[in-house]
Design a protein around this ligand. Structure first.
Ligand code: MG
Length: 443
């Protein structure tokens, strides 16, 4: 069984996740870091957070590291705290948007970005081969420190991001970790804030994944209160989902395109993943902004933001990275940036979205067992070369005259994902059918 999935270690309490595992993880992380240094440790609002935090901290201490507890905090605050405190790494105990019986661990590098798969692989090897036997002596056991970094995080944001328009905003934190920050911070920035599901002590309130159906209450509140915007976070607030003034959930790709239109200047660079919509390129083209495309995953976006000196990065799943403050996906900063954009645009969000060029996108999948994925992908690559221009940044992306198709194996599930986008719905449907049949016909 693999320890690290697409977003750190994740699983169900009492099945895969428990204190024994987390103590061992603490010891493995300490070994990976050379048995010394400060590690920031935070958790989201889950009932299993405290026991897993204690276990993880015990492992870190046993391995000679100095844990720095920041308590209940959003994932972006933990990542931010690593750089703020000049720590060696960070770990947040969270299962993001998964149901409440889940929990997990996501690790952060010294630079405040997620770990690359090859870095996680090294920790996995320490775990599997049990290369953590060299525990430190009684004289070398450190003390656990405790710091509340939330005020330091909000102070930094207020210093670098200002709002003037006094927007009316409805905020839905899903009773998650953002409850401690988003509503008050937006008030401090001059907004009139109405909250829903924003009491962390009643976790879990709504379903933690922000979807059109789980955001029913938020959507109707935006309409009934005539708000300018609705903001929803997932359980650990690394994501932000926006609801426009007409109660519609906005596509993250459209928001990225609007950020490019209103916040970027000619010559700027923005980073997104290979599966994001061409609406971003359309707006970037008008403004002479360069779009850098990476593999799917926030760590790849973050590292490209740094390498390319980009002004922002984002993924179609709703993460946004704003390098002037830090390199972690941050749903709280994304909300403020969206309000800043509305301020500059001087139009309601619904009108801005309706004015964007229309693209049709289809996200589909073909069943494929784990063991066949490599063969299917290499055979598909040969087929794809006959269809159009190819990019292999992540999976196989084919550029057609009328649009593009992306075929990539799922990291965790027995599927090959097929994404197709184009200007005509008919072309998209035909291309999905064509690409799926090419995959299904591979023996
Ligand atoms: Mg999350």
């Amino acid at each position: 069984m693999k320890l690290f999935g697409t977003s750190g270690v994740r699983g169900v309490w009492n099945q895969f996740i428990g204190p024994q595992l987390f103590m061992k993880l603490g010891l493995c992380v300490a070994t990976y870091l050379g048995n010394e240094g400060e590690i920031v440790v935070g958790r989201d609002c889950r009932t299993t957070g405290e026991v897993l935090e204690s276990a993880f901290i015990s492992g870190l201490l046993e391995g000679g590291c100095t844990p720095v507890k920041v308590g209940i905090a959003p994932t972006p605050v933990v990542a931010f705290s690593v750089r703020l405190l000049d720590a060696k790494a960070g770990g947040i105990i969270t299962a993001s948007h998964n149901p409440p019986e889940y929990n997990g661990l996501k690790l952060w590098s010294q630079e405040g970005t997620a770990l690359l798969p090859e870095e996680e692989e090294k920790i996995e090897e320490i775990f599997k081969k049990e290369i953590y036997q060299q525990k430190v002596s009684w004289k070398e056991i450190r003390r656990c420190l405790e710091i509340d970094t939330i005020p330091l995080y909000t102070r930094q944001i207020k210093r670098k991001m200002k709002l003037e328009s006094g927007f009316k905003v409805v905020v839905d934190c899903g009773n998650g970790a953002a409850s401690l920050i988003s509503p008050q911070l937006l008030r401090d920035l001059g907004c009139k804030v109405i909250t829903v599901n924003s009491d962390p002590s009643s976790f879990p309130g709504r379903e933690l994944e922000p979807t059109p159906s789980s955001l029913d209450q938020l959507r109707s509140l935006v309409i009934s209160s005539h708000a300018d915007l609705g903001i929803a976070h997932d359980g650990d607030a690394d994501r932000m989902v926006a609801v426009d003034d007409q109660g519609r959930v906005a596509r993250p790709d459209d928001l990225l395109a609007l950020f490019v239109q209103f916040l970027a200047k000619s010559g700027d660079k923005v980073v997104t993943t290979v599966d994001a919509s061409s609406v971003i390129d359309a707006k970037a083209g008008e403004k002479k902004v360069q779009v850098v495309r990476t593999k799917v995953g926030d760590v790849h976006v973050a590292r490209a933001c740094k390498r390319e000196n980009a002004i922002l990065g984002g993924e179609p799943c709703g993460t946004l990275i704003y390098p002037p403050i830090h390199l972690a996906p941050d749903g709280i900063i994304a909300a403020i940036l969206l309000l800043k954009m509305l301020e500059d645009a001087r139009k309601p969000l619904s009108a801005l979205i309706d004015n964007l060029p229309k693209f049709f996108i289809s996200r589909d999948k073909v069943p494929c067992p784990q063991g066949r994925k490599e063969r299917v992908m290499s055979r598909f690559l040969q087929e794809a070369q006959k269809l159009g221009g190819i990019s292999t940044v992540d999976g196989v992306r084919i550029e057609f005259e009328e649009g593009w198709a992306l075929v990539r194996p799922s990291g965790t599930e027995p599927f090959i994902r097929v994404t197709v986008e184009g200007r005509s719905e008919d072309w998209v449907n035909r291309t999905v059918k064509l690409v799926k049949s090419k995959i299904e016909n591979i023996r």
